[in-house]
Design a protein around this ligand. Structure first.
Ligand code: FAD
Length: 427
């Protein structure tokens, strides 16, 4: 998966990818972490603060992967519905996924506040726009149960009330979750790198890991700068996993998610379209996610890529934006950038261990919360601390003959598009 430093990414204007400060090479360490995104830096910070010797090996510059390209929406989504999870795991374990989502989001919130991280964090809420058929009664029952368990009140918004939340006429109702917010993802990532370095982690950028070999009690990681021998390895490469890790590559489906940012529309227009300056999603399988820029002057929107050609892909996002807000049909699009997200075949994030290597991975496009959380859990596993998570001990399967090249994606996209056209919305 190629990384591109000259990407026209809106977030990189304020917080561009950077080389890590030059440090003497370290050929022995307690823990080697491959990848310097939210997952790797979260693990590095936890381990370094516990006094462990940590080396982070990042293929590109710091902040070149998905962690600085995303929508910054602290969704912590789980793609499977409560009913799907219940069928697969039983009611109690199904509930544990949602318990952990609430805990992980609150942990991010606490982290940003305790560490005084300047990443434009706003706990502004998120509206999911509903289309098609849905049961208001079921949504209200689910909201009541959510409030009873977590003390957080999601609201069902009827069509007549929607204008308090959105200037779009395109939805038949909505669900507003007050506990979801927005961050500037690139600012958060660079702050995490700063904290990890301050805690004593050594970060080497532009240092791809070329191979990993397991000896009896250690691992040898080869890079073009030299070899690192480590007692433990955490693989934090997620959607950018390359041929150095064939086991993981066979178990993740990399999918392009991409975003656009409008020109400055002015605070008045943005506020008129997004009265609560909140985050937004849609109930469709292939719906858009969108939000105001942190300064409230622009709108950023993202979705899955449907076209090979970048110009057509950008136009599709602009068309999507205009369908939501027709007033933006002629707005200029000043930035357009893609990135990769990773899906395991069962669409559940994982904290897997294989052949001694720890793999927090497969965040299904919701890594702003999950990547940091499971990076931390991976570190705690090594520290022998409370690392319990519902995402451990899940089988991480592959398909026969799959090597990491998802030739079947166009078919899957067509399937989801058809499902969106004919689906019944219950979320
Ligand atoms: C356009 C877009 C929008 C998104 N929007 C949202 C959102 O609004 N909310 C949300 O929750 N999530 C969102 N996501 C998902 C989220 O960004 C990711 O789940 C999360 O950033 C994953 O973090 P990570 O640290 O695991 O991976 P990354 O940040 O991708 O880091 C992996 C790193 O591994 C490195 N690497 C790969 N191979 C090697 C190697 N051999 N040696 C050394 N290093 C290597 C890569 O260079 C990369 O820097 C979005 C993603 C994209 C692309």
């Amino acid at each position: 998966m190629a990384l591109e430093t000259n990407l026209n990414c809106y977030w990189w204007q304020a917080a561009p990818p950077q080389a890590a400060p030059v440090a003497p090479w370290q050929d022995k360490t307690d823990i080697a972490i491959i990848g310097g995104g939210f997952t790797g830096l979260s693990a590095a910070l936890t381990l370094a603060r516990a006094g462990r010797n940590v080396v982070v090996l990042e293929k590109g510059l710091i902040g070149e992967g998905a962690s600085t390209r995303n929508g910054g929406i602290t969704s912590g989504n789980i793609r499977l519905s409560a009913d799907q999870l219940k069928r697969r795991f039983g009611a109690e374990r199904a509930q544990a996924f949602f318990d952990e989502a609430v805990a992980a989001r609150a942990d991010l919130d606490r982290f940003i506040s305790d560490e005084k991280i300047d990443c434009d964090y706003k706990p502004c809420g998120r509206l999911v726009g509903l289309t098609g058929q849905f049961s208001a009664d079921k949504i209200t029952r689910d909201n009541d149960a959510f409030e009873a368990r977590y003390g957080i009140r999601p609201r069902f918004i009827e069509k007549g009330e929607l204008s308090d939340y959105s200037g779009s006429a395109g939805y038949d109702g909505g669900i507003f979750r007050p506990d979801i917010g927005g961050i500037h993802p690139a600012k958060l990532l660079h702050e995490m790198a700063r904290l990890a370095l301050a805690a004593g982690a050594r970060i080497f950028s532009e240092t791809p890991v070329l191979s990993i070999k397991r000896q009896t009690t250690t691992f040898t990681l080869a890079t073009d700068k030299g070899v690192v021998i480590a007692d433990h390895v955490i693989s934090a490469t997620n959607a950018y996993t390359d041929k150095a890790q064939p086991w993981l590559k066979r178990r993740l489906v990399p999918v392009i998610s991409e975003m656009i940012a409008t020109e400055k529309l002015g605070a008045n227009q943005v506020q008129a379209l997004m009265p609560k300056l909140s985050m937004f999603g849609e109930s469709k399988q292939l719906g858009y996610y969108y939000r105001p820029s942190p300064d409230g002057e622009r709108i950023l929107l993202g979705g899955r890529r449907m076209h090979k050609d970048s110009g057509q892909a950008k136009q599709r996002l602009h068309d999507g934006l205009s369908a939501i807000f027709p007033e933006l049909k002629d707005a200029k699009i000043e930035a357009h950038w893609p990135g990769f997200v990773a899906f395991p075949f069962d669409q559940l994030p994982k904290l897997a261990v294989h052949d001694g290597i720890i793999y927090p991975a497969g965040f299904c496009g919701s890594g702003t919360v999950w990547a940091r959380w499971l990076g931390q859990k991976a570190a705690m596993m090594i520290l022998g601390k409370e690392s319990e998570t519902v995402f451990a001990n899940l089988a991480m399967n592959t398909l026969p003959l799959y090597t990491g090249d998802p030739w079947f994606l166009p078919l899957a996209m067509t399937y989801y598009r058809l499902r969106d056209r004919f689906s019944v919305s219950t979320k």
